[in-house]
Design a protein around this ligand. Structure first.
Ligand SMILES: Nc1ncnc2c1ncn2[C@@H]1O[C@H](COP(=O)(O)OP(=O)(O)OP(=O)(O)O)[C@@H](O)[C@H]1O
Length: 260
């Protein structure tokens, strides 16, 4: 059984500033989550990330690769919107995370830094006193990193390490908010991601995914909301602009290119 059931507004919106001035938010009536996977599509700037961030703030999700949600000043407006949202749950879960592909690079870099700093610290302490217990916290950090990520995300390509991260951080019964997870992934690896998500759904996890990828939009067991024109509308896969345009372009790229 998946977790989040519906999102509505707690009170009327009277604020004028971002994000309340976005057409999507001005017209927001709420939405139901009737499938384990909810996909948000729409033009650039339609408000997908804003909505995901507001949900993450309301839920108190762990942000992978960024600061703690409450410490990230950029997320303050989304937090204000988050407070206005009323979430109803089938079964509330505290498992899960919020992942923005943009944060991911910082994350692997930061992990590599922590690893290097810990190794250097251990070396430095041991050069002073071979048996010092001061090494323990650093050794424990290295141990945790190895346990979570094996020999290191930093030795893998972006796409590979991104998938590793999913694999190592997914837990059953979680709610996962993913913002454009396709960003570092080849089409083949997007299929791997689909396969991973399908496995996680079998383990009672739920996903809300903002994406521009026609491949990810084809995820089975998903409902697709299109956020264009300031409204949230349920759409069929074949109706989505990204799918229609990509298909038509690939059939005959010249037809488009000669007009550009
Ligand atoms: N901190 C901010 N202050 C003011 N406007 C903002 C802020 N963040 C985003 N916006 C605006 O809000 C609108 C929606 O942005 P959002 O990032 O939610 O769109 P999106 O649908 O996720 O777009 P994309 O597909 O390009 O990622 C955009 O017009 C954007 O410029």
């Amino acid at each position: 059984m998946y977790h989040l059931k519906s999102v509505t507004l707690r009170s009327e919106i009277i604020e004028e500033a971002y994000p309340f001035n976005l057409p999507l938010i001005k017209n927001f009536k709420g939405f139901n989550l009737r499938k384990p996977i909810t996909i948000l599509v729409g033009e650039n700037g339609s408000g997908k990330s804003t909505l995901l961030e507001a949900l993450a703030m309301n839920i108190g999700s762990i942000l992978i690769g960024g600061e703690h949600l409450d410490d990230d000043a950029d997320l303050k407006p989304a937090g204000d919107l988050g407070k206005k949202l009323k979430l109803s749950w089938r079964i509330k879960t505290r498992t899960g995370f919020f992942l923005r592909a943009d944060d991911f690079l910082n994350y692997t870099k930061r992990l590599a830094e922590i690893k290097r700093e810990s190794q250097e610290k251990i070396k430095e302490i041991k050069s002073r006193d071979k048996f010092s217990l001061e090494v323990l916290p650093y050794a424990s950090t290295l141990y945790d990193l190895k346990n979570l990520y094996g020999d290191g995300l930093e030795f893998r390509s972006h796409g590979e390490s991104f998938l590793d991260l999913f694999q190592s951080r997914f837990r059953p019964n979680g709610l996962y908010l993913l913002d454009e997870p396709e960003a570092p992934l080849s089409p083949l690896k997007q299929l791997s991601l689909i396969s991973m998500l399908m496995e996680m759904v079998k383990e009672n996890s739920q996903f809300i995914i903002a994406t521009h990828s026609p491949i990810l939009m084809a995820l089975p067991d998903a409902e697709i909301f299109c956020l264009d024109n300031g409204e949230m509308k349920l759409v069929d896969y074949q109706e989505v602009e990204h799918v229609r345009l990509t298909k038509s372009f690939l059939e005959d790229p010249e037809r488009y290119l000669r007009h550009l």
